[in-house]
Design a protein around this ligand. Sequence first.
Ligand SMILES: NC(=O)c1ccc[n+]([C@@H]2O[C@H](COP(=O)([O-])OP(=O)(O)OC[C@H]3O[C@@H](n4cnc5c(N)ncnc54)[C@H](OP(=O)(O)O)[C@@H]3O)[C@@H](O)[C@H]2O)c1
Length: 489
Amino acid sequence: MKDIMLLLDTDKHPTPFDILMAYDSGFDAIIPYEEVEPTDVMDIVQDAMFSRGVRGSGSTTIFVGGTDVEKSRDIFQQAKKAMFPPFELSVIFDPRGGHTTSSSLVAKIEEALSDNGLGDLGGKNVTILAGTGQVGQLAAIICSSRGAKVTITSRKASKAKDIVKRIEDETGFKIHTAQGATSEEVYEAIKDADVVISTGKAGVELVPMEMLQKLEKCKVVADVNAVPPLGIAGLDVRDDKREIVPGVYGIGALATGDLKYKTETRILNEARKSKSGIFDYKFAFEKAKELLKKKASAREVLEFEPLEGKKLTVVFVQKVAKPSEEEADYLKSLIKEYDPDFAAEEMGNRSIDDFYKKDPYARIFQDAGILIYPVDISEYAKTSISAIVDEKKRLADRLTETYEELTSLSDKKNAEYVKAYADSLQAEYGEVKEHAEITVKNSWMVKGVLDYSKEFSKDEIVCLFIGGIAHWNGMVELLKSMEVGVKGA
Ligand SMILES: NC(=O)c1ccc[n+]([C@@H]2O[C@H](COP(=O)([O-])OP(=O)(O)OC[C@H]3O[C@@H](n4cnc5c(N)ncnc54)[C@H](OP(=O)(O)O)[C@@H]3O)[C@@H](O)[C@H]2O)c1
């Protein structure tokens, strides 16, 4: 069954952004519908359900987008209404990227607070400047859901009040409003804020430097505008929790944008793979937070195809010597998310018994009932690597010792000369070792995983691979050189 996405957009020209991202995340086809009205939705969704049957519904995703916030909300509601069991589709709701943007923005703010020992959003005063656009409105909802006391500003107090009334009716959250038409009004609105968010129109400065420097309570500022001048002076688009004035940590548009991109990719992937489900801002926020939490145990997903007609997806997880409780939980969440057919890890110099009994990852997989395949590197491969690197290593080590001897004899001039030579040899040794490992060791590992995958009769196989970053790079390089399609690299 092909994975197909119907994009229901309120605009004349549906944005290529979501279309291209959906293709990159693995959809086989995307069908854009432009200038969609809520009254059109029932027919479109139900025809999509019936034409492909129950099984096909599971491979069909609806994406609701568009710049018209109100209309796209109605379209989303209509799409949900049109479905009934057993014909259920996955529905993504992210009009003009606003939901993934706001979710990533608030997740980054929480990260900035927590990284600096400033707690979480609970009880914090948050002011969202020009918070009447779709990013600002949704940021207000998410911050309120995290327990913050939120104020949104507008150049016109009545506009903010109308918007807040609707949000309150829909969500039950109490949100405050303030007029922010003049510099004095903006200062009044942010002077007691712990967090200041700027969601104004691109290219409009809302907080000048002298105002920022006067803020006594502010801990975090964040701006989604990437077009100069930025909404908050002193901030760079690339700032990722940089202390821009003493005690104030800044988040620029690209730091949020990077997380938004990853979040949207995850949502598209998950919606494509799951048979049904609603992928709205709540889901986006959870994903954005999860992605930030996961930085410690870096994770990437690769898809290799074709594999003699089969598709192999490798979810790569950075190995650490002793996985913390958090890392173990993360692995368990990946097991739940990807339902892997097997896990693979290098056996190293351990016996097979030791591997199964003592390896912390093996124990997690065994407990979850996942097959774990310890990839063994042959003696032949190990000998080849040693032969390539040993001689360089011996020479580099010898020179390092000589340098230490000369330093102890205070022969500074010769010591510097030997050190420079030793350093260059050490660097050369590092390069040779990495190259040998990529060409010999990782090819052995790739071969192991590919061979093991063949033992499964299914057409789509998922492997959770635990390894170091060199394995990851080596595997990607090798697969590409074998002309195996590698997605996600
Ligand atoms: N939408 C997205 O998915 C997305 C994604 C990434 C980044 N961004 C960036 O996020 C920001 C907000 O985007 P958005 O789509 O939510 O909102 P938007 O509609 O572009 O603007 C937000 C608010 O800015 C205020 N505004 C408009 N013109 C202004 C002016 N000349 N001076 C001062 N304020 C003005 C308006 O509020 P009042 O009329 O109430 O004052 C408006 O509601 C933009 O910088 C955008 O580039 C958006």
